[in-house]
Design a protein around this ligand. Structure first.
Ligand code: BTN
Length: 335
């Protein structure tokens, strides 16, 4: 953890009991005066910190805001391979667009860029927007420079879906996340996560991929635009009508942790990731209609190919295989 704030928050967030000033000084390497200034800064950012001269320092409340140092503190010394640098904007058009700009400017892999609100969040289908209301969800993009051949980049879709599903289940005990191919995540029959993978092959090894992830966290039914009201959900709604708001920084850290762990594994062995995607798929055995630029196909979703594409047994008995690109749309899905 690079900054004093991250080190201090790590200690405070993980301490079972009040920490003495002397313990904090020893652990952070700050002088008592610098430490006091640091604590004053955190209080200004919304952390409620109690400090009793002879008892020590305790973290009582944390703000409902995404703060890079706090996310680093939650990730701990292990960190996350996909979030070596964490950036938070209060508002932007689309986090994917900002990260693409950074990638073209030569930024290294491992940037995680969040926005508390997007006014032009993009969906997977061309021209679709993604509702990204302020402080209700997690809207973020990861800059990746995969070290495997371009032909295998479609695996990123499966990786992101499985990692985010795992992260949600780690942060929301008792939840069971299903994947609607290629990478929409569902909880209790409602879509709670959308994933948009974009990329550029680049020249001379300058290629990059962007994993854009939108997670509805604290929405209540009335927070969605009317056209989404019957199918969109949030992590909070999935717990029940009385559920209290969830702590978004904890969920963000859980997602970054799983995305980082699984990203490493993706470079070694895709097979277990694919097997987990299969076990989570909501489509298997369902009658679906797939629309592509070449036309429409109806049939039964059989499962996933070794590279993550969807295998469909068509009405005439033939087999068809579809990639998860933006031109491929499941226009009908009977549950
Ligand atoms: C979909 O289900 O259509 C995909 C939605 C992806 C939304 C996320 S939010 C963060 C990132 N920035 C964007 O503009 N879109 C993705």
């Amino acid at each position: 953890m690079k900054t004093p704030d991250a080190r201090l928050l790590h200690l405070l967030r993980h301490a079972g009991e009040p920490l003495l000033l002397s313990e904090l000084v020893a652990a952070t390497g700050l002088t008592p005066e610098a430490l006091e200034a640091q604590i004053a800064g955190l209080r200004e950012a919304g952390f409620v910190i109690e400090w009793q001269p002879h008892l020590g320092c305790r973290l009582l409340e944390t703000p409902d805001r995404l703060i890079p140092d706090d996310l680093h503190a939650l990730l701990g010394p292990e960190g996350s391979a996909v979030a070596r640098e964490i950036i938070v904007f209060e508002e932007t058009g689309s986090t994917n667009d900002l990260v693409a700009r950074m990638a073209r400017g030569g930024a290294e892999e491992g940037v995680a860029l969040f926005a508390e609100r997007q006014h032009a969040g993009r969906g997977r289908r061309l021209g679709r927007t993604w509702a990204s209301a302020a402080h209700l969800g997690l809207w973020f993009s990861l800059l990746l420079r995969p070290r495997f051949p371009l032909s295998e980049w479609p695996r990123l879709t499966t990786w992101a879906a499985v990692a985010v599903a795992r992260g949600i289940e780690a942060a929301v005990p008792g939840s069971r996340v299903g994947i609607k191919w290629p990478n929409d995540l569902y909880l209790k029959g409602r879509k709670v996560v959308g994933i948009l993978i974009e990329g550029s092959a680049g020249e001379g090894g300058g290629g990059y991929a962007i994993a854009g992830i939108g997670v509805n966290v604290n929405h209540l039914a009335g927070d969605f635009p009317p056209e989404l009201a019957d199918r969109a959900g949030s992590l909070r709604m999935s717990i029940g009508p009385e559920a209290a708001p969830l702590e978004r920084p904890l969920i963000a850290a859980a997602l970054l942790r799983e995305l980082g762990r699984l990203y490493e594994q993706l470079h070694d062995d895709f097979t277990p990731i694919l097997a987990e995607a299969e076990s989570r798929t909501l489509l298997r055995g369902e009658w679906i209609k797939v629309t592509t630029p070449q036309g429409e196909v109806e049939g039964v979703a059989e499962g996933l190919e070794p590279d993550g594409r969807l295998r469909v047994r068509c009405a005439d008995g033939t087999l068809a295989v579809f990639s998860g690109s933006e031109e491929v749309v499941l226009s009908y899905w009977q549950r």
